[in-house]
Design a protein around this ligand. Structure first.
Ligand code: MN
Length: 233
């Protein structure tokens, strides 16, 4: 097959303790999966009951990550770039209509990431009923650290998820507070699209989201599982 130009190389993430890299296919994100964050966003139905999970996407090449400090360019067209620290699930196998009790078998490993958000643009989009793509899926909007394989980390269902900005604690939650647990997220998402190896799922953020400025130094962690260092430039 002759192509009119060479395809762009696939985006990849490092794997902790390995020279191999993880090739990223699609990036899915769960909205409002922690009650305290749903509450701070004014989404009270989500905070009080358990509404069905909802999803949005980022392009696969919006991912930026690494073992060392990751440089993230402050995006254009916003004056209110927000951090959302989240556990990231990396799939090593695919499937459609996956049962909840089979969902863990799709997981390759876990990382900690940032679902960066143009909050000012997102607020306008919500007001007008417009899509979120440009407030959520811009270049370098999906930050991630190295992936810890399940052989090392197991299947963490509890544990601290936190974000420090310039040495100050901004977000501090626990995986056990997710309204939709990881196997339920995978099962639900797999009824909407066929999942494949290489897919990343950002599993939602706890409370404490807030603005970033150029020069901010970020340190995120899912305790005992994964960490991430980043700088906004
Ligand atoms: Mn998020």
């Amino acid at each position: 097959m002759n192509l009119v130009f060479q395809p762009h190389p696939v985006a990849t993430l490092p794997i902790a303790g390995s020279d191999l890299r993880f090739p990223v296919r699609r990036i899915f994100c769960v909205g409002r999966n922690y009650a305290d964050h749903a509450r701070e966003m004014g989404a009270l139905e989500q905070a009080e009951g358990r509404e069905p999970p909802f999803f949005f996407s980022k392009p696969g090449d919006a991912v930026v990550g690494g073992d060392d400090e990751v440089s993230v360019i402050y995006p254009p067209q916003t004056a209110n770039l927000h951090h959302e620290v989240e556990m990231v699930v990396a799939l090593g196998a695919g499937g459609a209509n996956v049962a909840v009790d089979a969902a863990n078998s799709l997981i390759f490993g876990y990382a900690v990431g940032l679902d960066l958000t143009r909050r000012d643009m997102q607020a306008k989009a919500k007001e007008k009923g417009h899509p979120w793509d440009m407030s959520k899926g811009f270049d370098q909007s999906a930050v991630s650290g190295a992936i810890c394989p399940v052989a090392v980390c197991g299947y963490p269902a509890s544990g601290r998820v936190s974000l420090m900005v310039n040495g100050q604690l901004r977000q501090d939650g626990d995986l056990s507070a997710m309204m939709w647990k990881v196997p339920e997220i995978i099962a639900n998402l797999s009824t909407l699209v066929r999942l494949e190896a290489g897919d990343l799922i950002y599993t939602g953020t706890p409370a404490g989201v807030g603005p970033l400025v150029r020069g901010d130094v970020l340190a995120a962690a899912v305790e005992g599982v994964a960490s991430l260092r980043a700088r906004i430039v």
